[in-house]
Design a binder for this molecule. Structure first.
Ligand SMILES: C[S@@+](CC[C@H](N)C(=O)[O-])C[C@H]1O[C@@H](n2cnc3c(N)ncnc32)[C@H](O)[C@@H]1O
Length: 311
């Protein structure tokens, strides 16, 4: 009798947890765009992580067959750090820093004078700060809560502004470009790795795709438009390199493997698990239709220079 009651209680608790998890997903569909990124990254909290050791939250760079998402994410951070020209002289602003895993890597690898990390999510910033204190890096890496589109810094404060797989969520990405230009010193560098979607799907399908990925409608445009927007915001020497083939394929294969692992599926938010499974299926389908794959989605490395004089 007691066992039956216990098992009924467990079923009841599980159903309640599932209901909560799916409500978080439903919230994504109805919240205004400017709050969607917060809801999305709440859903992708630590319980739903895909990495095995680190707290990176990007898709990684899979060119040299890294064995794990941890290594692929680090490779992507390295690529961005090199492209941005990080080095001992620089003061760096890392926008959308997440848990600031890449900032630890950049301090070790490029030894910039200072990194200021900024993220919308207080919980991630707090976890990052605790980590910096533990590592004795609190004086080198200063983490703050704030928004990419209203940077709480004076004009001309940074040598480099970087954003590792996050500008697609900013409302809007273009507003961030303007802010990045403002806070960069003359001849400073903006460097990003960023997924690009043209929003090829229209109607309800397009809406769901954008809402479930926390991508504002205003950020759905091609790579060419992306580069034009940077120029219109005053940037010079805009260089764009496609990383599509080195990011999506490796990530999708890794993800398919991870979603077969009971350790991951047992702890992951059930609604997010459903989205990731659909993403893998959709990706597998688009790879058989190369035109659709190339047409709608890209993943780019972008480097641009602020002009010699600030406005
Ligand atoms: C995909 S994660 C990448 C995190 C980190 N760069 C990494 O690679 O591990 C995107 C990050 O952008 C942050 N974000 C989204 N919108 C933002 C905004 N408007 N201002 C600042 N951060 C934002 C999210 O909170 C999240 O931490």
């Amino acid at each position: 009798m007691t066992t039956e009651m216990d098992s009924a209680r467990t079923d009841h608790r599980r159903a309640w947890v599932r209901l909560k998890e799916y409500s978080m997903l439903a919230a994504l569909l109805v919240v205004p765009e400017r709050w969607r990124a917060g809801a999305f990254f709440e859903l992708r909290g630590d319980r739903s992580r895909l990495t095995e050791q680190s707290s990176y939250r990007n898709m990684g760079y899979w060119k040299d067959d890294p064995g794990s998402l941890d290594d692929a994410s680090e490779a992507l951070a390295d690529l961005l750090g090199e492209a941005a020209g990080l080095g001992p002289e620089g003061t760096v602003l890392d926008v959308g820093c997440g848990f600031a895993e890449q900032d630890v890597r950049w301090v070790e690898r490029f030894a910039p004078r200072k990194i200021v990390g900024l993220d919308l999510m207080p919980s991630q910033v707090a976890a990052g700060r605790r980590r910096m204190a533990r590592l004795g890096l609190a004086d080198r890496v200063d983490l703050r809560v704030g928004s990419a589109t209203s940077l709480p810094f004076e004009a001309g404060s940074f040598d480099q502004v970087v954003a590792l797989e996050c500008a697609l969520h900013f409302v809007t990405r273009e507003d961030f470009f303007r802010e990045a230009r403002r806070v960069l010193r003359p001849h400073g560098t903006l460097a990003l790795v960023d997924p690009v979607t043209t929003g090829g799907n229209s109607g309800i399908h397009g809406y769901l795709e954008r809402a479930l990925g926390a991508i504002p409608r205003a950020n759905a445009y091609s790579t060419e438009v992306y580069a034009d927007k940077l120029r219109q915001c005053g940037f010079e020497n805009v260089q764009v390199r496609s990383l599509r083939d080195e990011v999506y394929g490796g990530f999708a294969r890794y993800l398919a493997r991870r979603l077969d692992d009971p350790e991951v599926t047992g702890r992951m938010n059930a609604a997010l698990l459903m989205i990731w499974r659909q993403w893998v299926q959709a990706w597998q389908a688009t790879t058989t239709d190369q035109a659709a794959y190339a047409g709608n989605q890209d993943y780019i490395l972008v480097v641009a220079t602020a002009p010699g004089q600030n406005p």
